[in-house]
Unconditional design. Structure first.
Length: 237
């Protein structure tokens, strides 16, 4: 296994890197990025709507996709929390060669007092848990990409409603900034039955789902790196 793969093994679980579309995720700890993304998802919500025949299916599919992606990234975050010790170990040997990393694992496990303290089984479990989450993510990707493509057509078909809703939103955002500056901000409820507003919300739902999808997609490098390390170890035995 090349050293670049070891670097991927170490760095991918801890940091998002430049591949993510999220500005936050590009600079923050991935767990923090996932936490913030989850809050945004919950704030948008997943409730179905009934506004206009021919559009409702798209709106409700966007909400359903976001909810599914929320569940998948929730599992991903849980695995991250469960394997902090694995991540810390791998990070400590981020500059090691494959041979040095293998030796470090063997030395660590030789000093373990119990089976529960050994790191090799935890690395294997970490890889398997991430693979399960990744496979769910891949399955969801197909539906997400289809709805993203469909959104462009639907938005163009209802361009006037979307433009009006966008103008209202921009105006409200500006008012919020000014009101907040003078300490006189008032909350304004958006009409969930407004077609333009609903379409903008659906695109936001798909956008957040895509961000979560791409963060999890980076885990493929980790999975492949661990598998290759395991294959090399099996070939030696």
């Amino acid at each position: 296994m090349k050293k670049s793969l070891i670097c991927a093994l170490i760095c991918v679980p801890l940091f998002t890197g430049c591949a993510s579309t999220s500005d936050n995720a590009a600079t923050l700890d991935r767990d923090q990025a996932v936490s913030e993304l989850t809050v945004k998802m919950d704030n948008l919500g997943y409730n179905p709507v009934t506004i206009q025949p021919g559009v409702d299916e798209f709106l409700n599919m966007a909400a359903a996709i976001l909810e599914r992606q929320r569940n998948v990234i929730g599992e991903y975050r849980k695995q991250t929390e469960n394997f902090r010790d694995v991540q810390a170990f791998l990070y400590a040997y981020k500059d090691a060669t494959p041979e040095e990393l293998e030796l470090a694992i063997a030395e660590f496990d030789a000093g373990a007092k119990t089976e529960e303290e050994k790191i090799a089984p935890k690395i294997n479990a970490y890889s398997q848990a991430n693979e399960n989450v990744y496979n769910q993510n891949v399955e969801l990707t197909k539906t997400l990409m289809l709805e993203m493509a469909k959104s462009a057509y639907i938005l163009s078909e209802h361009g006037t409603a979307v433009a009006q809703a966008t103008a209202v939103k921009v105006g409200q955002d500006t008012l919020d900034v000014v009101s907040g500056y003078f300490g006189n901000k008032e909350e304004k409820e958006e009409d969930p039955q407004d077609l333009g507003t609903a379409l903008l919300k659906a695109t936001d739902q798909l956008s957040l789902a895509l961000e979560a999808n791409e963060i999890i997609d980076l885990e493929k490098e980790t999975i492949d790196a661990v598998k290759q390390l395991q294959q090399e170890q099996e070939a030696k035995s």
